[in-house]
Design a protein around this ligand. Structure first.
Ligand code: ATP
Ligand code: MG
Ligand code: MG
Length: 389
């Protein structure tokens, strides 16, 4: 048991599911985010009446200091936070910060993250530094070939910081699209599949990984997750877990991490990127694993024993509910369909506004076999492709 209070920077769906998990163990949570009633702040804490959340930005130094004064352990549900202030509060106040601010600082800059992984011998595909000039992108194209993936180093999510440069005539448009953020370029990776592994690391540095899953993206946004990954090569899942564990072992601090990877046709695995927090590819663990990614994150940062990461069902999938328009009712047919499917659980995130491309919820489906899983998923995918029926 613990009587520590946890502060979370960020109050979206990941904070919501973390707070929901905390409430099962009487763990109080204080959320820092803009808005009074975002997804995470809607979850009642055991002592909710005496514990007000904080309205403000998770990048605001004053607000982070205020949060640090009110809690025992600080954690994040988003990596785009102010790592300098986290370092300062860890030094001058008796608050623990997990994962370590140094880890967040490296990961939040994708170029530094890739350099870190390369320096530790982790498998990453080629990338180069670029300036925001057409000439610099031309140089990058000479080294990496075309197409290349131009990426914003910071503040990226759901592919919104990426631009595929297929021809050098697009270089100017790519720079304009990505705005004045610092950039870098990655070699185009013609992957066979995208896979991911959640890894939890405790305060003594022990790491444990969840099964490798397949992630399917649509327009750069995660659409579906299949657990476990189905692979023709039986060595792929354990190799993916070993690569993910080795990568997370190179970082400091405790918590759950999402490791996104590219699986090539010849079996080579490259790390795409790491998230220092719960991850969309780990939502399935709530219904499908012995211990969810959220519970294991809390156990890790509170120095409690880590829970088993094993699957407790033979087959599972997670389908994201992504806004089709400003009208949430466009998603009602898939939600209604899920209520009729055994093994399906609907999660809605309580967002006040629906927008096209915004993650509004997800559905997890568990099954006794891959065949049963396909059968259970079919009506959901049908409802998504014809929402007006
Ligand atoms: P997330 O929402 O996962 O944080 P992000 O905005 O950080 O996404 P990335 O993960 O870098 O973006 O890229 C989004 C998707 O774009 C990847 O999942 C993959 O499908 C594709 N992609 C990214 N990098 C490359 C690459 N170098 N070559 C080919 N495809 C890529
Ligand atoms: Mg990302
Ligand atoms: Mg990604």
């Amino acid at each position: 048991m613990t009587n520590k209070t946890v502060g979370i920077l960020g109050g979206g769906q990941l904070g919501r599911m973390l707070a929901a998990s905390a409430s099962l163990s009487n763990i109080d949570v204080v959320i820092l985010d803009v808005g009074e009633n975002g997804p995470a702040k809607q979850v009642l804490s055991p002592r909710s009446s005496s514990l007000a959340h904080i309205d403000g930005s998770f990048a605001d130094p004053g607000k982070i200091r205020e949060l640090a004064q009110r809690v025992d352990v600080l954690t994040v549900e988003i990596e785009h936070v102010n790592a300098d202030v986290l370092e300062e509060v860890q030094k001058i106040r008796s608050v623990q910060v997990h994962p370590a601010p140094s880890t967040i600082r490296i990961i939040q800059d994708k170029f530094l993250q890739k350099e870190h992984l390369l320096s530790k011998g982790c498998s990453v595909s080629e990338f180069v530094r670029v300036d925001s000039t057409v000439e610099s992108i031309q140089d990058a194209a000479e080294k990496l070939g075309l197409p290349l993936m131009l990426k914003s180093r910071t503040l990226a999510y759901d592919g919104r910081g990426n631009f595929v440069v297929r021809d050098l005539s697009e270089a100017r448009a790519a720079i304009d699209f990505l705005g004045d953020r610092p950039l870098y370029a990655e070699k185009w990776v013609p992957f066979a599949e995208e896979i991911a592994v959640m890894v939890v690391r405790n305060t003594s540095g022990e790491v444990r990984s969840y099964p490798a899953v397949q992630t399917v993206h649509k327009e750069s946004i995660m659409h579906l997750v299949f657990a476990p990954v189905r692979s023709r090569d039986p060595a792929v899942p354990s190799r993916a877990q070993a690569i993910a564990e080795a990568a997370i072992a190179t970082f400091e601090g405790a918590g759950i991490f999402g490791v996104e990877m590219f699986l090539m046709q010849d079996g080579t695995i490259y790390i795409n990127e790491i998230a220092p927090r719960p991850h969309n590819s780990g939502h399935y663990t709530i219904e499908a694993c012995e211990t969810s990614q959220y519970e294991n994150h809390l156990r890790a940062i509170l120095s409690l024993p880590l829970g088993s990461t094993a699957l407790k069902v033979p087959s599972a999938a997670m389908l994201n509910l992504i806004g089709l328009s400003s009208d949430m009712s466009d998603l009602s047919s898939v939600i209604d369909a899920a209520h009729l499917i055994p093994g399906a659980t609907v999660h809605l995130y309580g967002k006040s506004e629906c927008r096209k491309g915004r993650k509004m919820g997800h559905i997890t489906v568990v099954a006794d076999s891959d065949a049963q899983l396909s059968e259970r998923l079919r009506p959901l995918l049908q409802a998504l492709s014809s929402p007006q029926d």
